[in-house]
Write a protein that binds this ligand. Structure first.
Ligand code: MN
Length: 238
């Protein structure tokens, strides 16, 4: 269905870039929002057939966004698919309870993703099998992924150094948590499993914000700094 309008709501730039690329290449008319608030603004004069929304977003989350869309007659017919990093039954249920027609776990399978979206559009209400269930094989977007990996590690090294420096000058936990969340999702999407795990640990730590979390935070940031550097060095060898 060429030119079908699609709206992507995703706060992790790497994921947004990849999903946008995959769907634009299939001929979809793609618009993107980095937050639910931005999505609601776009929806004032853009009527997509399908909305792909991340669950964890800054501000209004993807579940609340879905509830709002489903309770508004102007948008209640739009197919809403949740994109989430958590392949957990409880999150799947939460997504359906909020009104989503479907659920795709990240990291997405780049080979099957466009077909999956077509299926959702073709058979509204019936959930096709999750694209993630298929094993990720040789990737036709190798060059795009290489480019994304490169900018991810370059940005990551800079951001982790800023966080390390900020420990002695005034650490902004809320901002760091947003960064850790992005690293977690982006690293998983481009295959940096260890970075994703450490970023998740850092996000959890900042979430708890316990009294003895400073030493642990220092260690995690040092680990992340090393992992980003290793990832970048490995790219230069190739
Ligand atoms: Mn997110």
């Amino acid at each position: 269905m060429p030119n079908d309008p699609v709206l992507i709501v995703e706060d992790t730039p790497v994921n947004l870039k990849l999903v946008r690329f995959l769907l634009t290449r299939e001929g979809f008319d793609v618009r993107a929002a980095g937050s639910a608030e931005e999505a609601l603004e776009i929806l004032k004069d853009f009527r997509p057939r399908i909305i792909l929304t991340d669950i964890q977003l800054p501000g209004i989350d993807g579940l609340e966004l879905t509830r709002r869309l489903k309770s508004d007659p102007a948008t209640s017919q739009v197919v809403v698919i949740a994109l989430t990093a958590y392949a957990m039954k409880s999150d799947e249920k939460k997504a359906f309870d909020s009104g989503c027609e479907g659920f795709i776990t990240k990291p997405i399978d780049t080979r099957t993703f466009p077909k999956l979206i077509q299926q959702y559009l073709g058979q509204t209400g019936a959930a096709p099998s999750n694209g993630h269930a298929l094993p990720q094989q040789e990737d036709p977007q190798e060059e795009l992924l290489r480019e994304i990996r490169q900018s991810f590690t370059t940005d990551g090294m800079e951001q982790v150094q800023q966080l390390i420096n900020a420990q002695s000058t005034g650490f902004d936990s809320a901002a760091a948590k947003v960064t850790a969340h992005r690293w977690k999702g982006a690293a998983a999407q481009v295959g940096y499993v260890e970075i994703s795990q450490k970023a998740r640990e850092l996000e959890d730590l900042l979430q708890q914000n316990g009294p003895d979390s400073v030493d642990r935070r220092r260690l995690l940031l040092a680990d992340l700094s090393r992992l980003f550097a290793e990832a970048q060095a490995a790219q230069q060898v190739r």
